[in-house]
Design a protein. Structure first.
Length: 71
């Protein structure tokens, strides 16, 4: 750790962000999640399972999905 620079404004990936739930645009969040789910369905029907896996990973890590789970 000797050669690393430390900045005050750097944000870690596992750091939680404070969210004001009243300020979240819920219709937009739901739309984003539904859009990814539709892509997963379409690619699964087409047999493109590498894309299915990619979209599933995207959905699992998206902030929109986290908002809906905590709603």
């Amino acid at each position: 750790m000797e050669g690393r620079r430390k900045t005050e404004n750097s944000m870690r990936t596992n750091q939680r962000v404070q969210i004001d739930w009243d300020q979240v645009n819920w219709s937009q969040v739901k739309h984003q999640v539904e859009k990814i789910q539709q892509k997963i369905f379409r690619e699964a029907q087409a047999g493109n399972f590498m894309k299915v896996k990619r979209y599933q990973k995207l959905l699992a890590r998206s902030f929109s999905r986290r908002y809906i789970l905590n709603e």
